[in-house]
Structure formats: C-alpha cells, structure tokens
Design a protein around this ligand. Structure first.
Ligand SMILES: Nc1ncnc2c1ncn2[C@@H]1O[C@H](COP(=O)(O)OP(=O)(O)O)[C@@H](O)[C@H]1O
Ligand SMILES: [Mg+2]
Length: 230
C-alpha cells in the first residue's frame, strides 16, 4: 500500500544544507505495524512528515495506494490525506476549547453526513475506549492517558488506511501505553497499516518490523514477527 523509492531530504540552512535524511527506500504492506527507532534529531519526524504528504522529499518518490504523493496536485494530496491517513502525536494536539466528543467529531465535519450521526459515532468511539464518563470533558480536565485515547478516537473517526504516529506513547503511563499499542495492533489486524516513531523498546518490540535510523541513515527494516495480511 506504501512504497518509498529512494527519498532523501535536505533542509536549506543559510548557505549550506542539513541532510536530515539520506536516501531511503522501504515498503509497508496492508496490516503491518512498523516502528521507526532512533535518537533525537536522527530524521524520524522528517521521514514521517514526508510519508504523510506534509513535506516533499528533495528527491525520490512516495507511492501511496498507487498514487505518487508529490506528483499529484495539492488538492488531490490533501484529499488523500484527509480521507486515508490518520495522524497521532505525542502532544495529542486536541483543540483545548472543545469537549472530547467535539474533538472526535471535528475531522468528520469535513464530510457530508449529518451532525447527529457524527456525534453518535464520536460517542461510540469514545465509549469503546472507556471514556463514556468523559464525553463532555475538555482536554485539560483529562489525564494524559485519557487525552491520548480521545486523540486516538479522533484519528479513527475518518477510518484511515494508514496511521502515522509520532511518539504516541511518549507522555503516557505504562497502562495507557499498552492500551494505545493494543489498539494500533487491532487496527492492523483489520487490515490497516501503522507506522510509528518510538523511543520505547517495549513498543518497538511489539512491531512487525523495525526501521532503525541514525543521523539520517536508515538500516533495512528488520523482521520482528510476521503479520496478518501481506
Ligand atoms: N525545518 C527544518 N529546518 C532545518 N533543519 C531541520 C528542520 N527540521 C528538522 N531539521 C533538522 O533535521 C534533522 C532531523 O530532524 P527530525 O526529523 O525532527 O529528527 P527526529 O524526529 O528524529 O528527532 C535534525 O538535525 C534537525 O535539526
Ligand atoms: Mg521527532
């Protein structure tokens, strides 16, 4: 579903350039959970942003569901991103003045269906994540673990085929971390694909494959264990 063909990224910096990522190739299949592991500043977020259609590579191609991400129009790329790619961040990125339900509803409002069914779907997702008693709470009224569960529900509201997560468990207690990782695995079992950046060995150990990255150099994704669909 995803093919990365020799992409690299240079950031201009004054008269010189920073090579954030050296040429990298990889593929991700349906149902796979891939962990990207490496020290701070090694290029993990740069790689994830390029895969997510938010940052064009200096060279190379990213082919997602048969489309070359940076050779289609900006409008087509935004649509592809909104329809098929879900993002999850360490800092949750919830809208502070909206309730849990409203935050989850937000990505659905870009679609045609009516507000009542969107609200019901948002409720259902939150209840599934054990937040039935927190539907009308604002993010500041929730623990870190609860906030990430709201963020996860929001990510799933669009039913993404590809989930990109940047340190999604970085701010969580072990119990919440395990819940997030279990959910991501369930989603992969449903045939979705997850690529996540992590520092946490427990998290990377559960991935199907691990891509190690150091100073912009990636080493081939090593097999961890097999996954469902190919
Ligand atoms: N917008 C930018 N302009 C210049 N350099 C950047 C920019 N973003 C990141 N970098 C540099 O690129 C390298 C990789 O950064 P990043 O992908 O954020 O690493 P990581 O997510 O692994 O911590 C770092 O050396 C960083 O300083
Ligand atoms: Mg980063």
């Amino acid at each position: 579903m995803l093919r990365i063909e020799s992409i690299h990224k240079d950031y201009p910096r004054g008269r010189s350039v920073v090579r954030a990522l050296h040429p990298t190739s990889m593929t991700a299949s349906k149902g796979e959970l891939i962990a990207i592991v490496g020290p701070s500043g090694s290029g993990k977020s740069t790689l994830l942003s390029m895969i997510g259609g938010m940052l064009s590579p200096t060279s190379g191609r990213i082919v997602f569901e048969g489309k070359s991400l940076y050779e289609i129009s900006v409008t087509q790329r935004s649509r592809l991103r909104n329809d098929q790619i879900g993002f999850l961040f360490q800092s949750f990125n919830l809208v502070p003045y909206l309730t849990a339900v409203e935050n989850v509803q937000l990505p659905m409002t870009f679609y045609g269906s009516d507000r009542v069914s969107q609200r019901n779907e948002a409720r259902r997702l939150l209840e599934e994540f054990g937040l039935a008693g927190r539907l009308d709470h604002k993010p500041t009224e929730l623990s870190a673990g609860q906030q990430q569960r709201v963020a996860l529900a929001r990510t799933l509201a669009i039913r993404p085929n590809l989930i990109l997560a940047d340190e999604p468990t970085g701010n969580l207690d072990p119990e919440s971390r395990d819940m997030v990782i279990r959910t991501l695995h369930d989603l992969c079992d449903e045939g979705r694909t997850t690529i996540l950046v992590t520092h946490d060995e427990t998290v990377s150990a559960s991935a199907h494959r691990v891509l190690r990255i150091r100073e912009g150099h990636t080493s081939a994704a090593s097999p961890n264990r097999s996954c469902g669909a190919a």
